[in-house]
Design a protein around this ligand. Structure first.
Ligand code: PLP
Length: 336
């Protein structure tokens, strides 16, 4: 299947400034006994970058096609998706409504005021809050209520849904992202990446297989345990295949999830995550974020320890960005 041809069936707003670099991590490779590469999707270009820029190309494409003037989106207080959506809306001449969910309990002032929260305020977006953090349908419904008010005022709202029942448009961004990586380097043994909503993992796995690349893709769980996450991925993959028009059997049995770095839960920093974050910073001078990419690197270290990833293998780590959240986690991260 020609990936570009299939993707061209979907409206797309170009938000990426260029392809992102793939770099060899020399010092970490030596240290870990791996041939370790990193795909720098923290450098996608829009408002501090990150994986949501790729995903938003397809949501914003649909929003533009529908003539929307306001984007509504929901996420955790330190959501990168929400911040990047506000930036994308601004760039395309739209306004945005951001709903922040209390998904991580007992967090302090930095978490509620700095990092992505500050950036979204600087972008001038409207803010709403939602008291619960594990109620995707409820959070989407609250967005729709606000969208109905906007409609009544003569505005044209477009909702980016969180719940899994909607077409996974964002995953198309990672179908393209995987094809991009595979054109840059193709002789790798494994890819390690975060698995949250599943748009990145599902899109990437699909894109690699459609490009004829058989290397395993390990999704590191950041929100749900490995079984729940595998079930979620299979739903995303099925919907994505239907949307793109190919047989989902191509990817369904190919889902690997690993949850050894998930504790103590979404948006919480365990010991292995803290160590991974500082190891990357102090060995390569590259910053990971506390919620996703540091857990993902901790996941790679765990897979290596378990022998799933083996010494000498050529491995690509997907850096999905998210560094603004570092400032929201200052209390948790400050070296004592
Ligand atoms: C949202 C996010 C993820 C997770 O991506 P999904 O597509 O939701 O699985 C990973 N890393 C960063 C930095 C993110 O902001």
């Amino acid at each position: 299947m020609m990936i570009d041809e299939v993707l061209s069936n979907f409206p797309r707003a170009r938000l990426m400034t260029s392809v992102t670099p793939v770099e060899r991590l020399e010092r970490l490779s030596n240290r870990l006994g791996l041939d370790l590469w990193i795909k720098r999707d923290d450098l996608t270009g829009l408002s501090f970058g990150g994986n949501k820029t790729r995903q938003l190309e397809f949501y914003m494409g649909e929003a533009l096609q529908q003539g929307a003037d306001t984007i509504l989106i929901t996420g955790a207080v330190q959501s990168n998706f929400v911040r990047t959506a506000a930036a994308a809306a601004t760039k395309l001449g739209m306004s945005s409504v951001l709903q922040l969910e209390e998904r991580v309990a007992d967090m302090g002032e930095y978490y509620h005021q700095s990092g992505n929260v500050l950036l979204a305020q600087l972008l001038g977006a409207e803010h709403m809050s939602y008291p619960k953090g594990e109620d995707e349908a409820g959070a989407d419904n609250a967005l729709h209520e606000r969208a109905d008010q906007l409609l009544a005022e003569g505005r044209k709202p477009y909702v980016i849904h969180l719940g899994i029942g909607h077409p996974p448009l964002g995953a198309l961004g990672y179908v393209a992202g995987a094809a991009e990586l595979n054109a840059q380097i193709s002789d790798f043994d494994a890819v390690v990446m975060p698995s949250g909503s599943g748009s990145t993992h599902g899109g990437f796995l699909t894109g690699l297989r459609l490009a004829g690349q058989p290397a395993p893709v390990y999704g590191i769980c950041v929100r749900r345990d490995r079984n729940q996450q595998r079930a979620r991925l299979q739903k995303v993959l099925g919907r994505l295949a239907n949307m793109m028009g190919f047989d989902p059997a191509l990817v369904m049995d190919d889902v690997h999830t690993w949850d050894g770095a998930l504790a103590p839960g979404y948006g919480r920093i365990g010991q292995s995550t803290r160590e991974a974050l500082t190891l990357m910073a102090r060995t390569e001078g590259i910053f990971l974020d506390p919620v996703y990419s540091a857990k993902t690197f901790a996941g790679l270290l765990g897979l290596l320890e378990e022998g799933v990833v083996r010494k000498g293998q050529k491995v690509v780590l997907l850096h999905t960005g998210g560094q603004p959240a570092l400032f929201g986690y200052q209390d948790e991260l400050q070296p004592s």
